[in-house]
Design a protein around this ligand. Structure first.
Ligand SMILES: NC(=O)c1ccc[n+]([C@@H]2O[C@H](COP(=O)([O-])OP(=O)(O)OC[C@H]3O[C@@H](n4cnc5c(N)ncnc54)[C@H](O)[C@@H]3O)[C@@H](O)[C@H]2O)c1
Length: 261
């Protein structure tokens, strides 16, 4: 399938690693020009260097998406280097592992600042140019915890539910200008984000209880495995393609059958 991504300028927040970087590799393989944006500047630059070594046009930028000013500078630098933005992927996020009653307002603020307010900053920065040029593809990452709720992830799930509502609403506002916005909503996916949380659980539960947890998690996935970054990245690529112009405001779960609603 030709995704129509050749020479398209693509910006990926949280692109230094995980699902964002897996998507970046696929965009690069399609001939797109890629800006990897991450709060970890060194990691963003190192990941961009990997793409450049593979023959792609790519840059890495250190940006904290919680800052509107940094997002404005991000767009200027990305477009200065790669041309007008055609695709935006918002993958940056943080995670936590606390019950709601264990958590504090500082925990909720950190989560909402990155996962919801950050998404607003990034969309608010990138959309005007897309609307003016009458073309854009935007993909934001949610999590299937927003559909079902999930113990120990309450404020993460709440922030992701906010992103879904944001994307559906803005999709209605800019659809007439040729700009689509969609959500990819992964189930458990094998990235550093998940690995860090799992390592914490393993340490606190002990080996035996943790082994039982791993088994019971796998039972929730009819496909018998958790996801790999490429699983979600493939969906991001499709929703960013030229052919996906009549898909907007949708939530695509990439979850091995974890939820089917
Ligand atoms: N991995 C999973 O199991 C899973 C499940 C459901 C949803 N998701 C979602 O998928 C997306 C990608 O997740 P991942 O597992 O690849 O995560 P990851 O932690 O591997 O990558 C996220 C990146 O975001 C960056 N980041 C964090 N805060 C930032 C900020 N303020 N500004 C800029 N960059 C920032 C991090 O440095 C990191 O490189 C996230 O939105 C996540 O919520 C992941």
């Amino acid at each position: 399938m030709d995704y129509g991504l050749r020479d398209r300028a693509v910006l990926i927040t949280g692109g230094a690693r995980g699902i964002g970087f897996a998507a970046a590799q696929m965009f690069a393989a399609e001939g797109a020009r890629v800006a990897l944006v991450d709060i970890d500047q060194a990691a963003a630059e190192a990941s961009a260097a990997r793409l450049v070594q593979g023959g792609a046009q790519a840059i890495g930028l250190g940006v904290d998406i919680r800052s509107a000013e940094q997002c404005t500078a991000m767009l200027q630098r990305a477009e200065g280097a790669l041309g007008p933005l055609g695709v935006l992927v918002n993958s940056a996020a943080v995670l936590d592992d606390k019950t709601f009653l264990e958590s504090s307002p500082a925990d909720w603020k950190r989560m909402v600042d990155v996962c919801l307010f950050g998404a607003m900053n990034v969309l608010h920065t990138a959309l005007p140019g897309m609307v003016e040029r009458r073309f854009g593809r935007v993909v934001c990452m949610a999590s299937d915890s927003f559909r079902l709720g999930q113990a120990r992830l309450s404020y993460y799930a709440a922030a992701k539910a906010g992103v879904v509502a944001l994307v559906k609403s803005v999709a209605q506002e800019v659809g007439g200008a040729g700009v689509t916005l969609n959500i990819v909503s992964p189930g458990a996916t094998n990235t550093e984000l998940r690995q860090t949380r799992e390592a914490g659980m393993r340490a606190s539960m002990g080996e035996e209880k943790y082994a039982r947890r791993v088994k019971s998690v796998l039972k929730m996935y009819p496909t018998g495995r958790i996801g790999e970054p490429a699983d979600a990245a493939s969906a991001i690529l499709y929703l960013s393609s030229a052919s996906a112009g009549w898909i907007t405001g949708q939530v695509l779960s990439v979850n091995g059958g974890f939820t089917m609603a």
